[in-house]
Design a protein around this ligand. Structure first.
Ligand SMILES: *[C@@H]1O[C@H](CO)[C@@H](O)[C@H](O)[C@H]1NC(C)=O
Ligand SMILES: *[C@@H]1O[C@H](CO)[C@@H](O)[C@H](O)[C@H]1NC(C)=O
Ligand SMILES: *[C@@H]1O[C@H](CO)[C@@H](O)[C@H](O)[C@H]1NC(C)=O
Ligand SMILES: *[C@@H]1O[C@H](CO)[C@@H](O)[C@H](O)[C@H]1NC(C)=O
Ligand SMILES: *[C@@H]1O[C@H](CO)[C@@H](O)[C@H](O)[C@H]1NC(C)=O
Ligand SMILES: *[C@@H]1O[C@H](CO)[C@@H](O)[C@H](O)[C@H]1NC(C)=O
Ligand SMILES: *[C@@H]1O[C@H](CO)[C@@H](O)[C@H](O)[C@H]1NC(C)=O
Length: 491
């Protein structure tokens, strides 16, 4: 072929490769959208943010109808959740499940155009901290919900699953290949797996390398991450360089051993928090999430399942109303702060840009803060009770050893607590009236990595814009413009 034809041909090859990469990267990373926040962003703002960041799938822990309405025709695929406290009623009769499905699933699909793909029954119901509370209700609830989905005529589109914590697995040797379901729930797990398999539903499992490290100070830190193979686990010749691969493959072995080697697997939650513990910071979170996403975007799975994984990151936005019973880090799992600002650079392999895209049009309260007054004394007997009161009603999880505000002075600590309370109560004057101790200021007390926040405005419908036009139609549109661009470039 002639020289110019050759040039054109190689340009075509490069362009096709680029296109192929684009199409595979559209495979679809998901994210968990939890809503236990005192000041949640308006649902339409969050939907736009999901689209701007190239998320394809979103997972919930409930089925809030105003949130779901914002997802109509968004192009996002949805996993709804049924909270654990509903399991016993859904287990007791199929009518309860039918009513749940009618109200919380069918209506959103038919009248709002929400693309629901999964219903998650319960959330980690067999966690050992629940002391077996949900052991008898989870399977019957799964079966009733499944029957209700069939009756509603939605079983081809909507699969019913149970997000389980990785502690449903055990291995006497710690090797993945010796893994099986936990002995105290082994038979129950087999019944669940059989039910999932009969209905073509996936096994959903959550993995937390951070918790491994949190619970066990002797856990090899590098093994929690994806970029350092100084810690390895040799499983009869298969070398594991990170705990995620090892845990995932332990599930694959457990399924295979029990006759379900082909069952599809969803990683329901994976992530790293940024505050509230010495290992929880933006640097570690970025290292973990970027390490994970780089592999994910390359379509790289685990030694036992080398192909593309199916994953929901945990989580989208910080939730300041979550229980801190598991630890102070619990309110800091977000890729984004409470106000939809990204915490660190993260390339999701979706948008072509290196960073996360912030929420747009977020409305803040005034630029003012509540702090300890200059004239107050650290010896004041009201101080202790005031700080305790503020912290028990607001959020002081960024104070303490190893946190973002750990280097504050005693005064700084007190101001932090007062401000957290003041912002949570929407900057009411009465929320900065700790007796002779507090004062309102317009000078930002933040220092270094320690942020004294300004709260966002409580939701009002006027803030809610349209849910944006990017969506299912976008990919073909992008491809068409790319093709046009290629044709122009080659000519
Ligand atoms: C549902 O979501 C809306 C919007 O975020 C929120 O205002 C409302 O409190 C939520 N309802 C429940 C029951 O959680
Ligand atoms: C779902 O449906 C049930 C009725 O079975 C109802 O009680 C519940 O409030 C609905 N909404 C959510 C978010 O679960
Ligand atoms: C589980 O048992 C422990 C110890 O008996 C108790 O402290 C805890 O509150 C129980 N948790 C639940 C969810 O019942
Ligand atoms: C890997 O981990 C080892 C041991 O903790 C450490 O000495 C080394 O610097 C780490 N390498 C990288 C690239 O992080
Ligand atoms: C898994 O799938 C393969 C190919 O589809 C099939 O040959 C094999 O029998 C299946 N194995 C099981 C355990 O279902
Ligand atoms: C600030 O508060 C934290 C958490 O209550 C505490 O651990 C720390 O010692 C305090 N710092 C000072 C200087 O008082
Ligand atoms: C505040 O201080 C003033 C004078 O310094 C005192 O009279 C008053 O009782 C104090 N108020 C409270 C609530 O402690």
């Amino acid at each position: 072929m002639g020289f110019f034809k050759f040039i054109a041909f190689s340009k075509l090859c490069v362009a096709l490769l680029f296109l192929a990469e684009l199409v595979t990267s559209v495979g679809g990373i998901g994210v968990n959208w939890g809503t236990q926040a005192t000041h949640p962003l308006p649902p339409a703002t969050v939907v736009k943010m999901l689209q701007d960041n190239g998320f394809q799938k979103v997972k919930f822990f409930d089925a809030n109808s105003s949130v779901l309405s914002a997802l109509g025709k968004s192009g996002l695929q949805v996993m709804l959740g049924i909270p654990n406290d509903m399991l016993s009623s859904l287990a007791s009769n199929v009518e309860a499940a039918e009513s749940w499905i009618a109200q919380n699933l069918s209506s959103h699909i038919s009248s709002n155009g929400v693309d629901v793909r999964y219903v998650a029954v319960g959330n980690e119901p067999f966690l050992s901290t629940y002391n077996g509370t949900y052991l008898t209700t989870t399977l019957p609830a799964l079966q009733n919900v499944q029957a209700a989905v069939v009756k509603a005529g939605l079983s081809a589109q909507v699969k019913v699953t149970i997000p389980l914590n990785a502690d449903v697995l055990e291995s006497s040797t710690n090797l993945p290949s010796d893994g099986d379901f936990r002995s105290d729930i082994h038979d129950l797990m087999l019944e669940i797996v059989k039910s999932l398999s009969d209905n073509g539903a996936p096994f959903t499992i959550n993995f937390y390398p951070f918790i491994s490290l949190y619970n066990d100070p002797s856990f090899p830190v590098d093994f929690a991450f994806f970029d350092n193979s100084s810690s390895t686990l040799n499983d009869k010749g298969t070398v594991y360089t990170n705990v995620f691969d090892a845990n995932y493959d332990m599930l694959v072995w457990a399924l295979q051993k029990n006759g379900y080697g082909n069952m599809s697997i969803i990683v329901g939650e994976i992530g790293w928090p940024t505050d509230g513990d010495r290992n929880a910071n933006a640097e570690n979170a970025q290292r973990f999430n970027q390490g994970f996403m780089t592999r994910y975007s390359a379509g790289k799975g685990t030694p036992m399942r080398p192909g593309q994984l199916d994953v929901y990151l945990f989580s989208l936005i910080d939730e300041d109303a979550k229980s801190i019973q598991p630890g102070n880090f619990e309110r800091h799992w977000g890729l984004f702060y409470y106000d939809g600002k990204p915490k660190y650079e993260l390339n999701l392999g979706t948008s072509g840009s290196n960073g996360l895209v912030a929420a747009k049009g977020v409305a803040y309260l005034a630029k003012k803060w509540c702090v300890m007054s200059q004239s107050a004394s650290l010896q004041d007997s009201q101080l202790g009770p005031s700080v305790s009161y503020a912290c028990s009603h607001a959020d002081c999880t960024s104070l303490g050893y190893g946190t973002s505000c750990s280097s504050l002075s005693a005064q700084g600590n007190i101001s932090y607590a007062f401000n957290s309370y003041y912002q949570q109560y929407n900057q009411l004057d009465s929320a900065c009236q700790f007796p002779n101790l507090s004062v309102i200021t317009d000078s930002d007390p933040s220092s270094g990595g320690c942020r004294f926040i300004i709260m966002i405005q409580a939701q009002s419908s006027s803030l809610v814009g349209s849910s944006g036009s990017r969506g299912r139609g976008t990919v073909p549109a992008v491809l068409v413009s790319l093709l046009l661009y290629m044709i122009l470039w080659m000519s």
